[in-house]
Design a protein around this ligand. Sequence first.
Ligand code: NAD
Length: 495
Amino acid sequence: MKRVENYIHGKSQSSSNNFLDVNDPSTSEKCAEVVLSNKNDFNAAVISSKKAYLEWSNFTPLKRSRILSKYKELIEKNIETLAKIISIEHGKTLDDAKGSVIRGLEVVEFSCGIPHLLKGEFSQNVGNAIDSWSIRQPLGITAGITPFNFPAMVPMWMYPISIACGNSFILKPSEKDPSCSILLAQLFSEAGLPDGVFNVVQGDKDIVNLILNSDEISSVSFVGSTPVAKYIYETSAKNGKRVQALGGAKNHLVVMPDANIDQAVDGIMGAAYGSAGERCMAVSVAVAVGDIADKLVENISNKAESLIVAPWTDSSSQMGPVISKEHKDKIENYITSGVEEGAKLVLDGRNFKIQGYENGYFVGPTLFDEVNKDMKIYKEEIFGPVLSVVRARNYDEALNLVNDHAFGNGTSIYTSDGEISRHFTTNCKIGMVGVNVPIPVPMAFHSFGGWKQSLFGDHSMHGTEGVRFYTKLKTVTSRWPKSIQKGPEFKMPTN
Ligand code: NAD
């Protein structure tokens, strides 16, 4: 049986004998086991990261950037292998897995430009013969805790930038699909990264708590569910750490009566059912404005009925299983609760079976119509292939739905009216907004992050926000006054 260990100081190692099963969601069979690290493993990672930081932070930014360029090449060469590892343990289709690696790779590409991004600011003669400049310096040991749904992309939102900035980084991946973190770390070593700059410690919440309470770790980046994000934020802040904690979502896609309905339906299909709805930017609510609702529901239902649900090994698959038996049960319970609360179940994905894969964690595409804002299926994140259609009488009602929801990750509007679209992008209380684009995930050189219960902390991820998060600002004021001797001054110096 394959064992997924830690990757510490350039090699696979762990002292814990405690292992957790990793299951293939398409079959429910065990495909690996992952070590649940103990305190010794964690301490080994911290000692290694501390030593590595001293050396790495003194590398010139250009040397760091060259290693990242080599890393980019190696990821490109290994993209098929990485995607396959993700599909086996996560269940998503191979194309989707590959796409997610490419989106992570874009952050590596962005980080190759780090000499430019670390340039500071300089002011000559802020006083008589006095110059002043600001520089950004690394934090030290940084840590990342990541969710199951993007085992390559989400860690890559974090560590390439942190490491490019001169920090060392400890990754605690999801215990549900841990294997690709090891290949990502091995490839970085192969690219020339000194041992210990990137360590991977496997495990569950016990390791997370060691990270949050370690005096040696200066910052925590987290992506996962909202209750855990809130806990990470509060505990890290209490312990004096810099923290960014991204949480869950309930993304609304507003369809105006003047929208191109075919485009809107295609957009909704991919965004609601792609990756079995297990994306933080998935669309889980379609807000149908005015008289477009009947047509919209009918067209989505027709397309969803013929969606190909199959394991990743079937190249025609458009949607795979969800991550676990517990998660499948949770999603099916939400569907039952929607029925009980009076929503109209147009397509029911419960008890979905595929011949030969009867034990797989498959949930069929599910569609609810006539959902209202008091229902549990509207208020809570389901994180599965369940789309709720809410009918709104007009644009103002649709905007209020978006703004009154507790989550604020992403939203989108489909319309052919520029004025409405501008009003929406200006006035919605959401971090990432699309216009006629279903999943407005920012590119690596912009920053990713929601508002409200979707992000705790002050910084989004990657882009210049990432560089700011992983560096501390220092401002130097300097004088070389060979000929100036004024004696001590006791008032505030002014010009
Ligand atoms: P999760 O919160 O269960 O787990 C995330 C990480 O936290 C894992 O590494 C896990 O081991 C650890 N963890 C779990 N429970 C913990 C606890 N009690 N104390 C400390 N650590 C704990 O999330 P998940 O199920 O892996 O991922 C799905 C969630 O992630 C969804 O809510 C989704 O919306 C969210 N997500 C958000 C974004 C975003 O950018 N906002 C991106 C991807 C996923």
